[in-house]
Design a binder for this molecule. Structure first.
Ligand SMILES: [Zn+2]
Length: 436
């Protein structure tokens, strides 16, 4: 048994601070004690020092926060980030489907999965809900690579029997491959499975019904898909499913709306859909950088909050433009403000950590650095650039956090820890053994 302790400034937001003013937990001089990868104690150094007097303590300069949880991201798209010129449906056809077809190669999947997980760690992201491709081996590649790094990753083979040639499965093959992958990977180590129809337009009714049947048989897996991202997409969904009340109702009719359902985007939702999301316990992975990049719109925090919809944050690479969950939190603030709502920096941090963890049903394991949780955390450097150093000098905690959300990128991530051990060290320019 290995006990190690880290001393420094610690901040976490375990619950939505809109509902719980005590959710923000901050120790200006804190101690984080870790045994076998789990947090066993956390509090003010002065309170804990005597109890752990025999334990070697390492001082960490910077602000220690929980590892970030990316609630929606596509690993096969990382090399198509910053692709010019189109909104969602044309962007998929022109840039993304060709890139995903290349994942017929397992070797390509292995190499991109490794590069992708390295990017997550360099940006302080320790857990994620990930879209692979339609190829079952794209899931194997991601899970095997994540398992070697001991990262908490949830993913599932993309179902898209109405996809373009070279990317289309069938209802039968999609179901059989999904069942086999669940048997192979679900619940293994830190890995989890999500049944992953791409979105309503890329699956037949038969395949959507299959997805519902698989979910019903495997109560521990998630449902992960896209919802109401783009106005042209919404119009096409309404044309294909004239009997559905709204876009969410399409999924509801196939048994895909429940407490373990994660829908990316939700930019264009009716009040009835928001009410149904809240009642079912399903939630939205808000993806502000993607919504801006593809011209999809601004997520309506006011509407979602009025209905009590569960929310997390996603980068949505490759439509998103940054792997940084801090930068994504800053863009969520700007999206909220565009609709005259406010997203304070502590709630934004909550959404990027414990909020997304709740959405992914892993909040008992990660997201808040509470005793009993896995010790995934990040050391933030609020003086990572000359401008940040000027802006944060003498500033309050809220001001420092907000400045990092607006101005930050991978440079603010001094270190990333997985299960209490260094996984990325910025100043050394090095990943831990087993990575990189
Ligand atoms: Zn997406």
């Amino acid at each position: 048994m290995t006990i190690r302790a880290y001393r420094g400034e610690i901040l976490s937001v375990a619950r939505d601070p809109r509902h719980d003013p005590d959710a923000v937990r901050h120790e200006a001089d804190g101690l984080l004690v870790i045994e076998d990868g789990l947090v066993v104690a956390r509090g003010a150094y002065a309170d804990l020092a005597a109890r752990f007097a025999g334990v070697a303590v390492e001082r960490l300069p910077g602000l220690i926060v929980p590892g970030f949880v990316d609630a929606h991201v596509h690993y096969p798209q990382m090399d198509r980030i910053a692709s010019y010129g189109e909104q969602l449906l044309d962007w998929l056809e022109r840039h993304i489907f060709p890139a995903e077809k290349a994942f017929a190669s397992r070797a390509l999947a292995d190499s991109v999965a490794a590069a992708f997980l390295d990017e997550l760690l360099r940006h302080g992201t320790t857990s994620a809900l990930v879209f692979p491709t339609v190829h079952a081996h794209s899931v194997d590649a991601l899970f095997a690579t994540a398992e070697a790094r001991r990262m908490r990753i949830i993913a599932g083979k993309v179902l898209m029997d109405l996809g373009p040639e070279g990317l289309a499965d069938t209802p039968a093959s999609g179901r059989a491959e999904t069942e086999a992958l669940i048997a192979r990977w679900a619940g293994r180590g830190r890995l989890g499975y999500a049944v992953t129809p791409r979105f309503a337009l890329t699956s037949s009714d038969a395949q959507l019904a299959n997805a519902g049947a698989i979910l019903a048989q495997h109560p521990h897996v998630l449902l992960h898909t896209h919802l109401a991202e783009n106005v042209h997409e919404c119009a096409a969904v309404a044309r294909r499913f004239p009997e559905a009340r709204d876009y969410l109702d399409v999924y509801d009719r196939f048994g895909l709306v429940g407490a373990r359902s994660v829908f990316a985007h939700g930019v264009h939702l009716s009040d009835a859909a928001c009410a149904r999301l809240a009642a079912s316990g399903a939630g939205i992975a808000v993806c502000p950088s993607s919504n801006l990049f593809l011209g999809s719109g601004f997520f309506n925090f006011g509407q979602a909050d009025a209905h009590g919809v569960r929310l997390g944050l996603g980068t949505d690479i490759g439509a998103g433009t940054s792997f940084s969950m801090m930068h994504t939190a800053g863009l969520a603030y700007q999206a909220a403000l565009a609709r005259e709502n406010r997203l304070d920096p502590f709630r934004a941090l909550y959404l990027a950590t414990a909020g997304s963890a709740e959405l992914l049903h892993i909040a008992d394991r990660v997201g808040a650095l509470e005793p009993g949780q896995e010790a995934d955390f990040v050391v933030l450097d609020d003086a990572a650039t000359p401008l940040l150093a000027r802006r944060t000098a003498g500033a309050t905690l809220a001001e420092r956090l907000f400045a990092m959300q607006i101005l930050g990128d991978d440079r603010i991530i001094a270190r990333t820890y997985l299960l209490g051990l260094v996984a990325w060290d910025r100043d050394a320019g090095r990943f831990a053994a087993g990575s990189g």
